[in-house]
Design a binder for this molecule. Structure first.
Ligand code: TYD
Ligand code: MG
Length: 475
């Protein structure tokens, strides 16, 4: 039988320690660690009392399986990320930095649903009712029949919710401000956040109302984060963006009722968040076509292609260890591309600082950006301007080979739609022929098929800085 060991849990951040200590190493809080015996934590009361188990009925995998009914908000970018609308009885957590626009988004969602005749309750634990009203007025939503409350006690909220018609949507803004009588620690601590969330989740499941919890995430993860409730909710969405740019991205990180790779793109305007149905156009506006070091990458976000510009700056370094600065991409992936350039193409960047930026503050998670990154790097180093109407996508392997990536046709179609004339892609002959026979068509734009990273470098070098400038002058 496994040995029973007690665990010591920090009540402020949820970190588990093997022994008691005065200060939590994880969050720095003093005197926040309490002993919890594993039996008491893991087993429900019924099991502890020695009750004999009751056999449960087992079911087969096959069976009647209706897709869950959904309530569409008709804010399409939001519906796309949730997987087609809000599922009754589900609980969503929307996390994001303070000030990113979570309250704005949710008041818009609430108002849209309320206008469609659904009962919507918006509980703000952070702002007074007047403040919420003021915002709604600014957004032109003041006449929507949303029911408002400014409250932080979960028992009171649950009692309020169980009165009258079951709401379709309940927004709790934010979970960190909620507290329950059943836990003793201060609002915002792990125990309070967890117990409050539990009560609200139980309400959602019992009543069949959808609940959206708002959670603030600070960059350094200081406050007992909403992370501790991530495993309890049905979906976790993150709302991202940076202060310097107007657009915001809603991304699904976990979704029991839909895909997790979809994004919703919004733009923060004076009149709240407006949807951006074609993000590529937004990300590619203000392009600087005549400068070396930029390449357009045809990426995929879920089912949607997104074209973004990748900018690289390679300059001789004055430091002992050259700088590698990356915004919007994985730094270790950049190191890999640099290493392959050095080992397979003889391009030495050890004496150069490398700065890489995904334009517009977008964040790329796909390895398919390798080729575009390499093109931008080589272009910056050589001073050769890449043709402004080319797009790049493909993965680079450690051997220096260029590897095909999924969704090629969708990427090419989007590039063609946006007026690009040529795509530089890995040799996907075998795959493509198969694809072509099925689709029965040639690619929408001509392809520049390359087999390896060396081919790409040779192609860019052939352009040379002078030819490139002439090409720009002619254009
Ligand atoms: P908010 O929704 O309060 O953020 P959160 O709930 O995530 O903390 O949004 C705050 C920011 O949004 C604030 O800095 C101002 C800006 N904003 C606009 O630019 N336009 C608008 O119409 C609104 C309502 C807010
Ligand atoms: Mg807010």
């Amino acid at each position: 039988m496994a040995k029973k060991t007690a665990s010591f849990i920090c009540q402020a951040c949820g970190a588990v320690h093997s022994r008691w200590q005065g200060k939590c190493d994880a969050c720095g809080a003093w005197n926040s660690i309490a002993e919890e015996s594993p039996a008491a934590v893991a087993l429900p009361a019924a099991h502890r009392s020695g009750r004999k188990g009751r056999p449960i009925e087992l079911q087969s995998l096959a069976g009647s399986n209706e897709s869950p009914p959904r309530t569409q908000t008709r804010i399409e970018e939001f519906d796309r990320v949730t997987g087609g609308g809000i599922v009754p009885g589900s609980v969503l957590l929307i996390g994001g930095d303070p000030g990113i626009g979570k309250s704005t988004l949710l008041i818009q969602v609430s108002a849209t649903l309320a206008r469609a005749g659904h009962r919507v309750i918006y509980v703000s634990g952070e702002e007074a009712v007047e403040q919420v009203r003021l915002r709604a007025e600014r957004l032109g939503l003041a006449n929507a029949p949303v029911e408002l409350a400014a409250e932080t006690n979960v028992e009171d909220i649950a009692a309020t919710l169980s009165q009258g018609r079951t709401p379709v949507l309940v927004v709790i803004d934010s979970i960190q401000t909620m507290w329950t009588d059943s836990a003793e620690s201060a609002p915002g601590t792990v125990t309070q956040v967890r117990s409050s969330a539990q009560i609200l989740i139980r309400y959602a499941k019992q009543a069949g109302a959808a609940v959206i919890l708002v959670g603030h995430v600070t960059k350094d993860g200081q406050i007992a984060g909403p992370r501790v409730v991530e495993h309890m909710v049905d979906a976790v969405l993150s709302f991202e963006g940076d202060g310097a740019h107007q657009f915001r991205i809603l991304r699904a990180q976990k979704n029991r009722f839909g895909p997790t790779d979809e994004i919703g793109v919004f733009e923060m305007t004076g009149l709240g968040l407006s949807e951006v149905p074609n993000p590529s156009e937004l990300f590619l506006s203000n392009r600087d076509r005549g400068a070396p070091g930029t390449a357009v990458y045809a990426g995929m976000e879920g089912t949607r292609p997104v074209l973004v510009e990748i900018q690289a700056l390679v300059v001789p370094t004055s430091l002992g260890t050259p700088r590698r600065a990356v915004v919007g991409w994985d730094p270790s992936r950049l190191s890999m591309v640099l290493a392959v350039l050095e080992a397979r193409c003889g391009i030495k960047l050890g004496g150069h600082d490398v700065h890489l930026n995904v334009a517009g503050g977008f964040r790329i998670s796909e390895p398919a950006a390798d080729l575009a990154v390499a093109a931008a790097l080589v272009s910056s180093l050589s001073g050769a301007v890449l043709p402004g109407d080319n797009v790049y996508f493909g993965e680079i392997s450690l051997t220096g080979a260029a590897r095909p990536v999924p969704h090629g046709p969708a990427r090419l179609k989007e590039a063609a739609k946006l007026g690009f004339a040529r795509a530089v892609v890995p040799d996907a002959k075998a795959k493509e022929r198969g694809g072509k026979e099925r689709d029965g068509g040639a690619p929408p734009i001509p392809l520049d098929v390359i087999g390896s990273l060396a081919d790409l470098v040779a192609g860019i070098a052939a352009r040379g800085p002078r030819r490139a400038t002439r090409a720009v002058e002619e254009a």
